[in-house]
Design a protein around this ligand. Structure first.
Ligand code: BGC
Length: 353
């Protein structure tokens, strides 16, 4: 197990971003940059033992500096949408940056995906890691409170990628951190993910409006094309005539893992690619997981090795609280108050079959 560091280039403001390579043997590796906390590459073995890079991304820093659909990024302060770009907290109305139709998405115009995080290599008996820290100032993108965040990535000997998030604030605010990796278990350049088998351990999903804001209810997955309680090929029903698939242009929904939001580590999802044999299982402490099938990719993002990423070339499993929770009091709360430690974790396990 080892971690090495090299320069990833210069940001427009003259500061330097680094790229860390975390390796566990020859076939389990990740490259992570402290710019946006981006997982730039993730190499795992297929059923014959040969490694491929299974996350979408860019070869160079500029790709991540430019506007892009959050490839591999840490998303904050708030993963997914907040309706109308605002909320009332303790009787005070806060106005956030609006960057997605009428809504606030993924932390705004300059979210955590555009921050240069402080990085520090970590070691554990069974893992090699990278600790990233970022302070989001009071008023950042409209949010109250100065928020100190820490994200630790671990690559373990057992072929897991662990992500541990923590944060503290000096004034009441909302926090909902996640990682926005796009996976293709056949390789980032292997075309669409429609042949992958997906399991989502969810009885309910969060239905949304045309602008992808929750209606406020939870809807049973039963008798809908969003029922993934048993392994189902992603492409099998993605084009079915269903209001929710029409609004999402495919799957772009939060699946409910724990409606109570108790913060216990639970099985959320499992994906299997029959072609390569790769399996990815996801456990999380979060109440939900956003299953997004790359519906908005259109070939305009030219990624690693010059590969244009087309529609549905990757899928995301963003573990998170439900979208728009600041305006939906019936959802598990995303409020963080001074003196309380925000702590959550998600584990992606890799194996083959
Ligand atoms: C959202 C999508 C969005 C994508 C890229 C996902 O988390 O649910 O609607 O297009 O991120 O921003």
């Amino acid at each position: 197990m080892e971690i090495t560091k090299r320069s990833f280039g210069m940001l427009p403001d003259g500061s330097e971003a680094d790229l860390y390579t975390l390796s566990v043997g020859e076939v389990f590796k990740a490259e992570i940059t402290n710019f946006g906390g981006v997982i730039m590459s993730l190499w795992t073995p297929d059923r014959h033992g040969s490694a491929a890079d299974i996350v979408l991304g860019f070869d160079d820093l500029q790709g991540y500096v430019n506007k892009h659909p959050y490839f591999g990024s840490i998303v904050g302060r708030y993963g997914n949408r907040i309706a109308g770009g605002g909320f009332v907290l303790d009787g005070v109305r806060y106005t956030l940056a609006i960057n997605n139709g009428p809504n606030h998405l993924h932390g705004g115009l300059h979210g955590f995906d555009k921050a240069l995080w402080k990085a520090e290599p970590q070691q554990r008996d069974d893992a090699v890691g990278l600790r990233l820290c970022h302070v989001s100032q009071d008023g950042d993108e409209g949010y109250p409170g100065s928020l100190e965040c820490e994200v630790v990535y671990w690559l373990t000997k057992g072929h897991a990628l662990e992500i541990h998030y923590s944060a503290r604030t000096d004034a009441p605010t909302h926090v909902n951190l996640t990682n926005h990796s796009y996976f293709n278990l056949n390789g980032h350049d292997a075309g669409d993910i429609l042949g992958h088998e997906m399991t989502l351990f969810a009885e309910y999903f969060v239905p949304v409006s045309e602008v992808l804001i929750p209606t406020g209810q939870l809807q049973p997955v039963e008798n809908t094309p969003l029922d993934f309680r048993t392994p189902t090929v992603i492409g099998a029903r993605i084009n079915f005539e269903h209001e929710q698939l029409r609004y999402g242009l495919g799957y772009d929904h939060t699946f409910v893992i724990d409606a109570q939001g108790r913060g216990e580590l639970r099985q959320a999802a499992a994906a299997y690619a029959p072609e390569s044999g790769r399996v990815m299982e996801v456990e999380t402490m979060e109440p939900g997981v956003q299953f997004y099938t790359g519906n908005f990719l259109d070939g305009s993002n030219v990624g690693k090795g010059g590969v244009p990423y087309q529609r549905r070339n990757g899928f995301c499993l963003e573990t998170q609280h439900f979208p728009d929770s600041p305006n939906q009091p019936q959802f598990p709360s995303t409020v963080l108050r001074p003196g309380v430690l925000y702590q959550t974790a998600t584990i992606y396990h890799f194996s083959t079959r």
